[in-house]
Design a protein around this ligand. Structure first.
Ligand code: SF4
Ligand code: SF4
Length: 454
């Protein structure tokens, strides 16, 4: 375990202090919600940054204390911003809190204030501008597939990994290089796939940004599983980003723009439910009512939209199994993605689906509440502590002895796979949808373990 202050970002990543007070009147963190914290400390041991550094200001309670100070007129200092920035937004503290403190709302509103009011350094602004010019745009991400596949197939990737060149170019580049998954060639999904047998629902599928560019096989599996379970599956074209990355990083106007577009896109599709297979996206889409609460034209549609959003595992358990499950004699470790378990409270459904596959055994991972360090783009913005959290999770996964790691978020798959490789371990990885698809199609366990090594 690192000591207090380990991996502290250099001071020059923080810009000059903005004028006082810390927050303006445009959606400041709620004084009432902050007041719900009774300082009991039950959240501390579930907070990854407190676990890493042991500092009060890097705990949920400490950050709420800073917010209260800001609401009382304290300025937005570089030190306070550093502690807000270090929060992964994993929401483990929301699960742990016996007083029901809505830390999720508090940190989102705080981050929006920081993004508008705090003057970051040019280096910090440039990195964030690059991230947000790329990641929320699926078409731009897809353009990277060709060069990345050439990089992989030319052998250059292995050469660079062995030489340590990426590490010498800096932790951010090394992290991006290590996270890049092995890309699979998968045809674009059709716009409509009819239900097999009796139709039980009409669903729309969110294809996502990172998911559609780097894990198109997960989208294909999601569509096949839904159709096999009796859903007419609609894949609306031109979906764009759901805004999760933007809202989690305080870019409120951008997130609202993405949300309005997605609401319009799915309104035209005429579906009963919007099905999501990426935990971070699903948790944000379920919060659209709050995101657009001040928009008279969209507040109502946003609430109606949010009520129809389902994680893939939720809709499948709601419908109940219809298609035959073929055996998969495998031991799998199931990893709770934070934005599925903590933010959406979806823990039982994926386990129920996996337990319904004949021959498959599910193992639990130690310290499941502690984030793997992916957290959207947190691992790119904070590469060193993210690597430490990733390796902690990888060791816990390897400790289960499972042959396959299963989770429901592309970020977690990339983060834990990279950490397993760094540790010299070996475990195959797959999204829950891919495991179910393999069972429904009778592909056998080797289809999951032989080509999916981390
Ligand atoms: S969201 Fe996660 S990192 Fe942030 S304070 Fe809560 S537990 Fe800690
Ligand atoms: S568990 Fe809840 S009430 Fe207790 S210190 Fe943490 S946030 Fe505050």
């Amino acid at each position: 375990m690192a000591g207090a202050g380990a991996h502290e970002p250099p001071r020059d990543v923080l810009g000059p202090v903005a004028g006082t007070p810390a927050f303006d009147d445009d959606r400041p963190p709620s004084r009432e919600l902050a007041g719900d914290c009774v300082h009991c400390g039950f959240c501390l041991t579930t907070c990854p940054t407190y676990v890493l550094w042991g500092e009060e200001a890097d705990s949920p309670r400490g950050r709420i204390h800073l917010m209260k100070a800001g609401l009382d007129g304290e300025p937005l200092t570089g030190s306070a911003v550093r502690h807000y920035d270090r929060c992964l937004g994993c929401m483990a503290c929301v699960t742990a809190c016996p007083s029901g403190v809505r830390y999720d709302r508090l940190i989102e509103d705080t981050r929006a204030q920081v993004e508008r009011r705090f003057d970051r350094t040019p280096r910090e602004r440039a990195l964030r501008a690059a991230i947000f010019a790329l990641f929320p745009y699926p078409r731009r991400l897809r353009l990277l597939r060709g060069p990345l596949r050439a990089y992989e197939s030319s052998g250059l990737r292995g050469l660079i990994a062995r030489s340590g060149l990426a590490r010498r170019l800096g932790p951010t580049l090394a992290t991006l290089e290590a996270l890049t998954p092995r890309l699979r060639a998968v045809p674009r999904p059709p716009r409509l796939v009819p239900a097999a047998g009796t139709r039980r629902a009409v669903v729309g599928v969110l294809t996502g940004c990172v998911q559609s560019a780097f894990f198109p096989d997960v989208n294909s599996a999601t569509i096949r599983v839904l159709a096999a379970e009796g859903c007419d599956v609609v894949v609306p074209p031109g979906q764009g980003c759901c805004g999760a990355l933007s809202v989690h990083n305080g870019r409120l106007p951008e997130a609202q723009r993405f949300a309005r577009r997605l609401i319009d896109t799915f309104a035209r599709a005429g579906v009963d439910h919007i099905v999501v297979n990426a935990a971070g996206c699903g948790s944000s889409m379920k919060e659209y009512a709050d995101l657009l609460r001040d928009d008279p034209a969209y507040a109502g549609p946003a609430a109606a939209f949010a009520a129809r959003v389902r994680d893939l595992s939720e809709i499948l358990v709601e419908l109940g199994p219809a298609a035959e499950r073929h055996p998969l004699p495998l031991t799998v470790a199931y990893h709770d993605a934070c934005h599925l378990a903590h933010a959406q409270g979806v823990r039982a459904q994926p386990r129920t689906l996996l337990a319904g596959i004949p021959g498959l055994t599910v193992k639990e991972i130690a310290d499941p509440e502690i984030c793997c360090g992916s957290a959207g783009v947190w691992n790119v913005l904070h590469p060193e502590p993210a690597a430490e959290l990733g390796e902690r999770k990888a060791r816990a996964v390897l400790g289960t002895g499972a042959e396959l790691l299963v989770t429901a978020n592309p970020g977690c798959l990339m983060q834990v796979s990279a950490a397993v490789r760094r540790l010299g371990g070996e475990v195959a990885t797959a999204h829950t949808a891919v495991v179910l698809d393999a069972s429904l199609r009778g592909l056998g366990a080797a289809a999951l373990t032989s080509e999916r090594r981390a």
